[in-house]
Design a protein around this ligand. Structure first.
Ligand SMILES: NC(=O)c1ccc[n+]([C@@H]2O[C@H](COP(=O)([O-])OP(=O)(O)OC[C@H]3O[C@@H](n4cnc5c(N)ncnc54)[C@H](OP(=O)(O)O)[C@@H]3O)[C@@H](O)[C@H]2O)c1
Length: 266
């Protein structure tokens, strides 16, 4: 046996993390990137070498993020409820890594006391916004025979909780859309991933409850996830070899056992 085909003295461990810029050459688009999980996902994909386009309604926030991330990053202002505006994002582009993250909860009232205009906003953003994004992303990915489509669902799409009603329904819909895509697109070369977090401390609770103090109380006495915990999971999924599709990632804070069971120290 020659020295060149003998086993190396210290083989690299099988679990060695990907080094360098594994997403170099990839064109990524992240919706809901002006805050929270989306902004952090843009940072992580950028660090791994992707050229990232960040999308949301608040342009000033996006401009600050583009400045932070540097050359190769672009911002596009868009309301994902507007199907034509979402389609326009993809015109003349070749995004091969799309994270459909834009979403929100509004209110925690029981159904009989809920506000139908809040229901419309949640359904139009969390369900139809995801549908518009997926519909616009798919033709290019199908043509190129590859791509990553990551949907941000929630544990609220797997379990309901009191006052969750319509938000729960929208996130159950995201899970159903993910399941349907896997069946419709098998053989296309496209990978689909749903990332379903438990409690993450972002602006989510401020938007949902309408004030910072109420939002802070959601995380009283427990340690929630941060946006990095979710972004890192997305990065793991999209940096696997092409034949590996990480399908469903459910991420809980260690202090959260279900959508209703949270361990608090006080
Ligand atoms: N935080 C949690 O506990 C948690 C848990 C599970 C799942 N999630 C999901 O994670 C995703 C991100 O939420 P987050 O926690 O990061 O909340 P966040 O900090 O409030 O960020 C939400 C993002 O969505 C964008 N957005 C909302 N409506 C939009 C619209 N109509 N068009 C375009 N962008 C829109 C917002 O940007 P603009 O306002 O600038 O448009 C913002 O960038 C959501 O889908 C949420 O349901 C969150």
């Amino acid at each position: 046996m020659s020295s060149s085909d003998s086993a190396p003295a210290s083989p690299a461990p099988a679990s060695a993390p990907a080094l360098g810029r594994p997403l170099a050459g990839r064109q990524a688009l992240v919706t809901g990137a002006s805050a929270g999980i989306g902004a952090q996902t843009a940072r992580v994909l950028n660090a791994l070498g992707a050229a990232v386009t960040v999308v949301a309604r608040r342009q000033e926030r996006l401009a600050t993020l583009v400045e932070e991330l540097g050359p190769g990053t672009r911002a596009k202002s868009c309301d994902v409820r507007d199907a034509d505006a979402v389609a326009a994002l993809f015109e003349g582009e070749a995004y091969d890594l799309v994270v459909a993250n834009a979403g929100l909860g509004l209110g925690v009232a029981p159904l009989h006391a809920g506000d139908p205009s809040d229901w419309s906003t949640m359904i139009d953003t969390n369900v139809k916004g995801v549908l518009h994004t997926v519909r616009a992303a798919l033709p290019g990915m199908r043509e190129r025979g590859r791509g990553d489509l990551v949907l941000i669902g929630s544990v609220a799409g797997r379990q309901v909780y009191p006052g969750g009603n319509v938000y729960n329904a929208t996130k159950h819909a995201v899970k159903a859309i993910y399941d349907a895509l896997r069946l419709d697109e098998v053989g296309s070369g496209i990978r689909f991933t749903t990332v379903d977090p438990g409690m993450v401390q972002t602006e989510f609770s401020v938007v949902r409850l309408g004030d910072q103090n109420a939002a802070d109380r959601v995380y009283d006495g427990m340690t929630p996830l941060g946006p990095s915990d979710v972004a890192d999971a997305i990065a793991f999924a999209v940096t696997r070899p092409a034949h590996v599709n990480i399908g469903e990632i459910v991420i809980w804070p260690t202090d959260q056992a279900s959508t209703r069971d949270v361990h608090r120290t006080q």
